[in-house]
Design a protein around this ligand. Structure first.
Ligand code: LP5
Ligand code: MN
Length: 244
């Protein structure tokens, strides 16, 4: 079985989400795969700041999961794009690229965080291009943890302020960007998070494909289970199923 989650936004301020995560992970068995599609953490300042941000417990939880024989794959989101190989190695996680192709039997499924599909949100695309560039990341990571934290808090403040002024439409995925991603990778299914609008959408591009959107974990966990027989999406008190 393949399990997929995203957008937990773990932080010490919300221990209830951490406890839900812990319980959820006990439902996963050795030999199964867990794909984390970004924004596992509220924000990430670099692998040297795990203790500073209070993510030591999460690190131990992930390590014990990989030690139990569950393979963990991580694709970063717009909050935790600075999560690196050091933290991944310590947890037994394999880092994968945004736009990762997952093979399920004969099927190809495209995995993304989802923010790159929000192409109408020009302010975000500009910010994204900046912070994803290796030069910017090196300069940022060379700063002290306290300085990085100050900048991250400023970015979070500006982001919340900016979102209050943007329409829901601008902050959703752009339909043409979705069709292009599906056609470019020649897949029949795309799974992403980021928008916190869990749903199963049918996409005509021009062949028929599906776009599955994971939800966040407040107040309930959201997850996808996928195997050769079909896919199940859970969010709030809803469970939706798609048979292959
Ligand atoms: O994250 P969310 O869901 O609230 O909103 C996103 C988009 N916002 C972001 C910004 C992140 O929340 C900030 C994460 C901090 C990571 C910490 C490490 C890096 C620190 C960087 C410090 C410069 O991704 C939001 C979208 C929304 O999703 C919906 O799709 O609309 O996008 C924006 O609000 C636009 C920009 O992304 C935000 C611009 C912030 C600019 C901050 C400049 C800081 C000052 C630099 C001084 C040199
Ligand atoms: Mn996100």
């Amino acid at each position: 079985m393949i399990h997929l989650i995203s957008d937990l936004h773990l932080s010490p301020e919300h221990p209830e989400v951490f406890h839900q995560f812990d319980s959820y992970l006990w439902g996963l068995n050795a030999g199964e795969d867990l794909y984390i599609l970004g924004d596992l953490f509220e924000y990430w300042l670099g692998d040297d700041a795990v203790g500073f941000l209070g993510h030591g417990e999460a690190q131990r939880l992930l390590r014990s999961l990989s030690d139990r024989g569950v393979r963990i794959f991580f694709l970063s989101g717009n909050r935790d794009f600075l999560l690196g190989e050091k933290f991944a190695d310590e947890c037994g996680i394999q880092l994968i690229a945004d736009e990762h192709i997952l093979k399920v039997g004969q099927r190809k499924v495209l995995l993304m965080h989802g923010d790159s599909l929000c192409t109408d949100d020009l302010a975000h695309q500009k910010f994204r291009a900046m912070v994803r560039s290796p030069g910017w990341q090196k300069t940022f990571l060379d700063k002290s943890i306290a300085e990085r934290d100050g900048l991250a808090k400023l970015a979070r403040y500006r982001s919340e302020d900016g979102k209050a002024q943007k329409s829901m439409e601008i902050m959703d995925v752009n339909p043409q960007a979705v069709r292009e991603a599906i056609a470019h990778h020649d897949v029949e299914m795309l799974i992403h998070g980021h928008t916190h609008r869990p749903a199963i959408h049918q996409v005509e591009c021009p062949g028929s494909a599906y776009r599955l959107v994971l939800g966040d974990w407040t107040p309930e966990p959201s997850w996808i289970r996928l195997n050769e027989e079909g896919v199940v999406l859970a969010f709030s008190d809803t469970v939706q199923r798609l048979d292959f």
